[in-house]
Design a protein around this ligand. Structure first.
Ligand code: SAH
Length: 419
């Protein structure tokens, strides 16, 4: 017999989960995500479920199932190993005509749960005809194709009054949107899932030089790619022009992805672009990214904090020399800190930065490292100390983009370190 698929709207509706073990732990999050009023009946709970109960996200009855637990329930998930206990709960549900999913025996269940993937507003649910592995394989193939854009998820904008939907909507009739997306530090796998999805949906991509080229390679030919080319120490496309471009494309109805290296708000001028969109009345949102200030040290085996070593990390821009009249950084104060100092855009001014740190008391033997082009094929790391790091950078011929890390964390995980 064929199944009859449904999308259940569970918000505020009670769902009973019988059992508090590993299977229940996997089932409960999706129920909570759907807004269900989750009741778990079980003598014990896994730590994860315990946490959810403590946080008030679900109700826990600390005992075995009783038929009265079905009062007011719309759906039952039976997630216990003991076949007799599972059968008791499921036959009680059957008596009351409440649909019941059984983890232990799908042939006895009145409902099956599909393998699910979500892509923005679209939910894909796959049932493998009784073979869960098949469902997962098909689901994964669909998920992959949704993510790379080969299954297009067109945005269907509300047409103007009287629009039949039969003819294509003119671009100007669509509401454009802007997403400021962090692309991560360089490895194309280090963009977020949401960032990658939005990239697959974009009509226009405005990219910095520091975004991973491989992400741009994957864009379909019809996507307009604008290179914002804000090259460090090179010719910079004026920020005004970038703001104007993204606003202009969105006004024409495009979905614009402004793709920025690392995180959009870490020395990324994301705030200016957000303000420009808001001033123009354009819908805009930010998708955070993996910032190089944490990922570059990590890629070189340096944790920005470490138990017993550093209880703080400070991220600072070195693009202006310490004495510059526009500098907002209190370098003398930073020199007095004992934790980790991470300097971005700091290579050109490194001699002056090191001098001011030493002059204000940071010891010359403080470990220091420089990581160039972290998480890419061009990654290079030098390890030194504050007194010698300038010479070491010159000797290795390091170039931007690079992150400078100062502090004891540099040697915290180094097995060759005598300490
Ligand atoms: N928004 C970005 C930083 C932009 S400022 C982020 O969150 O990562 C540009 C600086 O970031 C570069 O000068 C360099 O200091 C650092 N940077 C970016 N990508 C890097 C990488 N892959 N390796 C080392 N440093 C990097």
């Amino acid at each position: 017999m064929n199944l009859y698929p449904l999308g259940l709207r569970l918000a505020g509706r009670r769902v009973l989960v019988v059992g508090g073990g590993a299977v229940a732990t996997r089932r409960v999050p999706a129920l909570l995500d759907a807004g269900a009023d989750v009741l778990v009946v079980s003598p014990g709970l896994t730590p994860a479920l315990h946490g959810m109960a403590d946080a008030g996200r679900l109700t826990w009855r600390r005992r075995r199932f009783e038929p009265a637990d079905l009062d007011g329930v719309w759906l039952v998930q039976v997630a216990v190993d003991d076949p007799a206990a599972a059968a008791e709960a499921s036959s009680a549900a059957e008596e009351r005509r409440i649909f019941c999913v059984r983890a232990d025996d799908r042939t006895e269940a009145t409902a099956w749960t599909p393998a699910v993937t979500r892509h923005g507003p679209v939910t894909v649910a796959v049932i493998g005809g009784g073979d869960p592995q098949r469902a997962v394989r098909v689901r994964d193939a669909i998920r992959h194709r949704l993510a790379d854009g080969t299954i297009p998820v067109a945005v269907s904008p509300p047409g103007p009054a009287g629009h039949t939907g039969a003819e294509p909507v003119e671009p100007a009739e669509r509401a454009g949107r802007v997403f400021l997306v962090g692309a991560g530090p360089g490895d194309p796998e280090l963009i977020t899932v949401r960032g990658r999805r939005l990239l697959a949906e974009a009509d226009v991509v405005v990219a910095d030089r520091l975004v991973p080229g491989l992400l741009l390679d994957e864009l379909p030919a019809q996507v307009e790619l604008i290179d914002a080319a804000k090259i460090p120490y090179g010719p910079a496309a004026a920020q005004e022009e970038i703001n104007r471009l993204i606003v202009d494309r969105a006004r024409r109805g495009a979905t614009v992805v402004r793709l920025k290296g690392g995180d959009p708000y870490v020395f990324g001028r994301g705030g200016e672009e957000l303000s420009a969109c808001l001033r123009a009345g354009i819908s805009v949102s930010v998708v955070p990214g993996v910032t190089s200030s944490i990922a570059a040290p990590a890629a070189a085996g340096i944790p920005v904090t470490h138990r017993g070593v550093a209880h703080e990390f400070t991220v600072v821009s070195g693009h202006l020399p310490p004495e510059h009249r526009l500098s907002l950084v209190d370098w003398a104060a930073l020199a007095r800190l004992r934790g980790t100092l991470v300097i971005l855009m700091g290579l050109k001014n490194l001699p002056a930065i090191v001098a001011v740190l030493l002059a204000n008391g940071r010891p010359a033997n403080t470990p220091a490292a420089v990581v160039q082009e972290a998480t890419t094929g061009g990654q290079q790391t030098i390890r030194s100390n504050l007194g010698d790091v300038v010479a070491a950078v010159a000797a290795a011929g390091l170039r931007p983009p690079a992150v400078v890390v100062v502090g004891a964390v540099v040697t915290a995980l180094d097995p060759t370190d005598p300490d």
